[in-house]
Design a protein around this ligand. Structure first.
Ligand code: ATP
Length: 290
């Protein structure tokens, strides 16, 4: 096996003695697109800040064999990122941004960025202050995926973008950025949009990893069954982790249950990422009456 791009062992981060990240172990190999998914306040952004060397942490964290806090300067050649609070200076124009990055970043490909921007309405002389929120994000994304980085960290990258551009962005990410030498980590609450491009999912809840699986293995561990009315009590006895109603049907989601037992109850299918998310985290929201 090749060396992981990201290696985490006992990563801990607290704010005012409150533990917000506590990840025992996580390795991310090159050539993977990992969805880093969790409820609000789960610790996703804090973990990304640690990966970027922007926050001190306890434990072991290596990116390309280096410590992001100590070797930040060196690592920034190989890491590209967009933060959920992404801001660009208001006074700068799109062209000036390209000029700047070309000068300061050895791995920035101006030609590529211009190609991405050609598909938007952003004029080279447009100041950031004159762009809409979504256009600013488009500009930022075009810059970020034009950096020849080994690791791309995307924290809610498509926030504020319309649906067509969101789809286009993920297409570009796959076709024009991603290859087997690179790694992408994406956090988003719009899980259904990234489901088809992910190779792996990591669910994080209250700072801890709740699930870490290649996307193709979900079906080996999780099954959804539309349960026939007469079998509902029997199905409940197999302890589904979630039960929901859909147009009068009762659908139950099971974790690590024998498929032969489940087949007696109805047709099995692999749950979508959003249904799996709800099943795993609905208990966080019980106080909301869900
Ligand atoms: N600078 C800070 N000072 C104190 N607490 C913080 C700070 N940054 C984050 N936290 C706390 O750490 C926890 C994790 O926050 P984080 O932003 O990592 O969550 P998240 O998973 O990215 O959430 P969301 O999906 O809502 O963006 C939260 O309880 C948050 O209040």
């Amino acid at each position: 096996m090749t060396a992981p791009i990201v290696k985490i062992r006992n990563l801990k981060k607290s704010y005012r003695r409150k533990s917000v990240v506590d990840i025992e172990q996580l390795d991310i190999q090159p050539g993977r697109i990992l969805g880093f998914i969790g409820p609000n306040g789960a610790g996703k952004t804090t973990t990304i800040r640690c990966l970027l060397g922007l926050a001190r942490f306890q434990g072991e964290l290596e990116i390309l064999g280096k410590n992001p806090y100590k070797d930040r300067q060196e690592l920034l050649r190989d890491i590209s990122f967009i933060a959920d609070t992404a801001v660009l200076p208001k006074w700068i124009t799109s062209r000036q941004l390209l000029d700047y990055l070309e000068k300061v970043h050895p791995n920035f490909n101006r030609h590529k960025a211009e190609g991405f921007l050609a598909h938007t309405d952003i004029a080279p002389n447009a100041k950031v202050s004159s762009l809409s929120k979504g256009m600013t994000t488009q500009l930022h994304l075009a810059l970020v995926i034009s950096i020849d980085a080994k690791l791309l960290l995307l924290d809610e990258p498509t926030l504020g973008l319309d649906i067509i551009y969101r789809q286009k962005f993920y297409e570009q990410l796959l076709n024009d950025f991603f290859d087997e030498t690179r790694t992408v980590l994406i956090t988003t609450h719009q899980v259904e949009e990234i489901e088809t491009i992910l190779t792996d999912i990591v669910f994080i809840n209250r700072g801890k990893i709740a699930l870490n699986l290649p996307i193709d293995d979900i079906g080996q561990h999780y099954s959804e069954v539309v349960v026939a009315p007469q079998d509902i009590e029997l199905a409940r006895s197999l302890k589904p982790i979630n039960e929901r109603k859909n147009l009068g049907d009762t659908i139950m989601l099971f974790e690590n249950q024998n498929p032969r037992d489940l087949e007696q109850l109805g047709t099995l299918h692999t749950p979508s990422l959003s249904n799996l998310f709800v099943a795993k985290f609905a208990s966080n929201y019980q106080s909301l009456g869900t």
